[in-house]
Write a protein that binds this ligand. Sequence first.
Ligand code: PGA
Length: 257
Amino acid sequence: MKKYLMAGNWKMHKTFKETTEYFEIFLKGLAEFNFSDREIMIAPPFTVLAHTRKLTEESFIKLGAQNACWEEKGAFTGEISPVMLKELGVTYVILGHSERRHIFGETNELIGKRVGGVYRYGLIPILCVGETLEERKSGKTLEVVKTQLIEGLKELKEVKGNDLVIAYEPVWAIGTGVNATPEQAEEVHAFIRKKLEEIYNKEISEKIRILYGGSVKPENIADLMRQPNIDGVLVGGASLDPEKFIKICTIQIEKIC
Ligand code: PGA
């Protein structure tokens, strides 16, 4: 069964001490819930990955990283290898996040290499795609998303489906408080699903989880998750507050039929 994925991206937030405090509240808050239909993932900064692993070892929380190189080792100053991440118990790696693309200039080509490398070493890539406001206003949303998808998945000729995640994150919705409406998100998610069907096949495309990201909060999570092609969320700001992220992770999911 395909499980929903509720993922938190801490970005460049939280020290060692803050991480300890967070999980004291977070783990307590989740204790009484039964999560057979979903997975919960947190991607903290690299510096607290090992600490997070230790704190969450006995829970069902999956560990994520916020980037990774495609090589096992070598002269790549400032990079982290997928093998090193695996050793720490990491399952998922966020790649091609809009902040990597727009602040650090990562190209589709580079992101495609990262996705390929991470996959080869047995980690699950979360490939992020999404248009800027300007691109949306000029009617280029689907074209931009299509290119990011095709280039980002270039090295993944064959996948099983449960070993790949796509996150649709419109750049104009990230950290702005303005989320895409459920209908806007569903339109792009359905388009992504169609493209995945063309790249792989129908059966595989249905197994690939497509997350929505961009100003997800306790107030809008239920409506977003009602959409047929939204299989989870990637949450930035609201995942930093354990109480808010508990509400997001434990939302009752009811799909529109
Ligand atoms: P946000 O960030 O939830 O703060 O908008 C989402 C993301 O960047 O993944």
